[in-house]
Structure formats: C-alpha cells, structure tokens
Design a protein around this ligand. Structure first.
Ligand code: DON
Length: 307
C-alpha cells in the first residue's frame, strides 16, 4: 500500500527544489508582500487522521476558497432558492470578468466566480447587519474546522477594500438587474472579510472533510449538508472551482477543487480524503502553480482521481 506520509514528504521536498514557483497576486497589495517560496500540504482522512508536510501550519489568506463554505452556508439557510440568484455553469472566463453578467441579465454563471460569490453573500446577509453576517461566516468555518482560533486578517480586508473597484463594479452591475438587495458597500464589506480569513493547510483540510464524507463531519458526527448537496458542491468545484483553468485542473488532477489567489487550494477525494495545499505563487489564470502540481502528483500516486 502506498504510504501517504512518504508521498507528502516527497512532494514537499520536490516543491522546495523548484525555481519557478509562479507569481504572487499583485492586485491586492497586502498579498503582494507574501514570500512566494513557501509550500504546505495537509490531508485529512475520514477517521480524522491528519498527514502533512512543508509549511502546513503557516496561515495564509484563503481568499476564494472561502466561496465553498459560503455556498454551503447559503444552501443550508435558503435551500435551492439560491439557484435563482446564481447559476452552476462554468464561466470559461477570468474570476473577475464582467462580460457574461450583461449578456445574462445580472445572474452570475456560478457561485465561485467573484460575481457569484458576491451574490451568495447578499443572500446570506438577509435579515443581518454586515457585522452579524461576517460573524456567521466565521463561526460556520470555525465549526467546520473544529477550531475556534481562526481569524480574519483586517489588513488584507482593508487592502482589498481600497483596491476593490472591479468587485464594486460587478456588485453595482448585478444590483442594477435587481440581483443584489443590500447596499453594495455592505455586501462588499462582508465579501472582503470572508476572503481575508486566515487558515493553514491543516485547518483547511479539516474544514473540507464533510465534503469527502457525504456531507457529514465524520469526527463530530454533525450532518453539515445533505449527501446530495455535498455531491453537488463537489460537482461545482470540479467544473467551476478554478475559473478558466477548471478544465485543465480536472484534466491534470481529476478532483473537485477550489483555488484562491492567496495560493491555497482545497481538493476533495470523495470517500477518501480532504486535501489542502498552499503555495502563494500563481499561474497565468490565478491558481497556485506548485499547489496544482502537488495535487497532480498526490492524486496520481494515491490513485484518488474521480475518473
Ligand atoms: O475578490 C477577489 O478578487 C479576491 N478577494 C478573491 C479572488 C480569488 O481568490 C480568485 N481566485 N483565484
């Protein structure tokens, strides 16, 4: 049987020897300061066992990986009515693109592009002040990770607010079509805080475990989402989790995955493992370069591809 810890150690050693580890996100100044030469990986198995290697205990900005958790939260609160505000088709476009929004009357293609995630935040905010909505998101993620120490980096949230013109455009555009109910600055405030959550690979892999275990946290026994919903969230991760790089990620890795511009990726091997990898250097479409390569290796060596 393949030794998982040995595979992770080898993957981390290989990552440490790579010269070209991509470029850290430049458009959020606080993220542009992060040292690209870092790499961490953690795998949580359905019995709760964790294996890890590299900088797996170093916190990073989870950015768009958070969109998986806000989608699960919104589905739990509002059920399938979420799908009247946001679709579930791959966009084939960059994560911050606006073109389809005009053609499709302000309904974003899926919950993982920026416009879709902003629409999901607007749904979560129903009946809440922005601070309460932020509190609800952070509590949900702490519950999933079984870790109350998870925090939001206010510097990152502020940095993004100061440079958030594109996201503001997306939100105003959707609001003009009636697809955003709350004031745009309130919705963006919540969205930027959700993106600024700081987690390490061990916490992130733990938080994703319910998606590898039919919607149930196998350690605490809590049913987080129904089995069908877990399957569907995984389907959207596979088809839309890497924006216009989703096809390439499915081709190379063969697992549902969600990336963030902080360099994190959450990948799910249904029934087998929840995996978090982090390396801040990004490829051309904004997905972690070494993180993707590591997942490709791991899925191949463990025979975890869903195909
Ligand atoms: O809205 C933004 O641009 C960022 N807070 C999140 C973007 C992101 O992580 C896209 N990921 N690859």
């Amino acid at each position: 049987m393949t030794d998982l810890q040995e595979v992770l150690d080898e993957i981390a050693a290989e990552a440490a020897s790579v010269e070209d580890c991509g470029v850290v996100a430049q458009y959020i100044p606080e993220l542009a300061k992060v040292d690209a030469k870092q790499f961490g990986i953690a795998v949580t198995l359905p019995d709760g066992t964790v294996h890890s290697a590299g900088d797996s205990a170093t916190g990073f900005s989870i950015q768009s990986v958070s969109k998986v958790f806000t989608l699960a939260l919104a589905l739990g609160k509002l059920g399938d009515s979420v799908w009247s505000s946001v679709g579930r088709e791959p966009s084939g476009n960059p994560f911050n693109s606006i073109v389809q929004l005009e053609q499709e009357k302000g309904r974003p293609r899926n919950p993982f592009i920026n416009a879709g995630a902003i629409a999901v935040v607007d749904l979560i905010m129903a009946g809440h002040q922005p601070k309460e909505a932020i509190g609800e998101i952070i509590q949900f993620i702490r519950h999933l990770a079984d870790d109350d120490s998870i925090l939001i980096d206010e510097h990152v949230a502020r940095s993004e607010t100061a440079h958030g013109d594109r996201n503001a455009s997306l939100a105003h555009f959707m609001r003009s079509f009636g697809n955003i109910d709350h004031p745009v600055d309130h919705v963006l405030g919540v969205y930027f805080h959700q993106c600024a959550l700081v987690m390490n690979c061990r916490q992130l892999a733990r938080a994703g475990l319910f998606l590898a275990s039919q919607g149930r946290d196998p350690v605490t026994g809590a049913q987080v989402v129904s089995e069908q919903r877990a399957r569907r969230i995984n389907a959207i991760m596979l088809t839309c989790g890497h924006y216009d790089g989703s096809g390439e990620f499915a081709f190379r890795v063969g697992l549902p995955g969600k990336s963030g511009v902080g360099g994190g990726i959450l990948a799910i091997a249904p029934g087998k493992a929840s995996i978090a990898v982090w390396s801040p250097g990004l490829d051309r479409v904004g997905n972690s370069k070494l993180g993707t390569a590591a997942l490709e290796q791991l899925a191949r060596r463990m025979d975890w591809s869903v195909f």
